[in-house]
Design a protein. Structure first.
Length: 339
């Protein structure tokens, strides 16, 4: 195991030096854990809002360390109570699980889907924060977890944590300082990741572009501080409305983009309509004590192969312009492009 561990350390150290996306880091760590520890499967599950949310699982196809492996991704449903994943995320300490079938020990979704019998769960630290949890799983009831295996898994997880911390730092530099949303460049990077994910998994993806109607009137009438406060309020309302794994970004000026993974058809329209509804509840307080509401125009587009981020955003932007031309305060869906 020592030789395999040294080789894995070298590969993960190189990964930390590259501008790797989060799914690539999760997948690389899973592959190294399967190779070094010799487990049936290794899950690397990123946290969102303190909860385990997005998982990548790497499975050993040959049943032998160093053999062929396969990976897939999943979104973990949030369940009531505190299972081992959440406990490790909160406590920052590893646990071993002799029987994963005991109710409430691990998410039922994972136990059933991957046939887990025994498991070990470790924290993945990025800087001072637990950024993900690592689940080493076995379908065998006799699988034991010795200290050397867990030490090796922890060392590899720390290296992956370094790669994630570097990525987080790059993204932090790309946050819009006024609204706290992703800025334009970071939004395009995230959209490229989501398109790659949708392409690999054959899952849908939609984007919404929202533009505040007559925002210039707000700045001209009430001043730029009021306009800035309005933009912050809009950003907060959008983040509160959408799912934890949806992404809200400031596209520029008074335009916002919402990236909606695993959404298509009427659900995309419903998601956009929710934004219009919640933003109509925002009001500006006038100097005379009265209030003035706002309206928003919206364009919705679903990703189709072989589009990249630029083409998908352009179709959503065309739909937005259609909404403006139709009288504002509404949404327009982009037509599916001809093959």
């Amino acid at each position: 195991m020592q030789q395999r561990l040294l080789q894995s350390v070298e590969r993960l150290a190189r990964l930390a030096q590259r501008d790797a996306g989060l799914p690539a880091i999760q997948r690389a760590l899973g592959e190294e854990l399967v190779r070094v520890v010799g487990v049936d499967q290794a899950h690397v599950i990123v946290l969102s809002g303190g909860h385990p949310a997005y998982g990548v699982v790497v499975s050993d196809l040959d049943g032998a360390a160093g053999g062929a492996s396969a990976s897939s991704e999943y979104v973990l449903r949030r369940e009531d109570g505190t299972d081992a994943l959440r406990w490790v995320a909160d406590a920052g300490q590893a646990v071993t699980i002799p029987d994963a079938r005991v109710a409430g020990t691990l998410p039922l979704q994972l136990v059933k889907t991957y046939g887990l019998r025994t498991a070990a769960v470790l924290p993945l630290h990025a800087g001072d924060t637990v950024r993900a949890v690592v689940l080493l799983g076995s379908r065998s009831e006799a699988r034991a977890w010795d200290a050397a295996e867990l030490h090796a898994a922890s060392a590899l997880s720390d290296l992956a944590g370094t790669a994630i911390a570097l990525r987080d730092a790059r993204l932090a530099a790309a946050i819009d300082p006024l609204t706290g949303c992703l800025n334009h460049g970071a939004m395009r990077e995230r959209l490229a990741e989501e398109i790659a994910r949708a392409r690999r998994q054959g899952t849908p993806l939609a984007v919404t572009i929202l533009d505040l109607d007559d925002f210039k009137h707000v700045n001209d009438t009430y001043g730029h501080p009021t306009g800035d406060a309005l933009l912050r309020h809009v950003a907060e309302a959008l983040r509160a409305e959408y799912r934890s794994f949806d992404q809200v970004a400031r596209y520029g000026g008074d335009e916002f983009v919402v990236i909606l993974p695993n959404v298509k058809g009427p659900r995309a329209d419903i998601a956009a309509a929710r934004a219009l509804r919640v933003l109509r509840e925002i009001h500006i307080t006038r100097p005379d004590g009265g209030v003035e509401g706002i309206t928003v125009s919206c364009g919705v587009a679903e990703w189709v192969e072989p589009e990249g981020p630029a083409e998908l955003l352009e179709r959503a932007d065309q739909a937005l312009r259609g909404s403006k031309a139709a009288g504002k305060d509404g949404l327009v869906r982009a037509p599916t492009p001809l093959p």
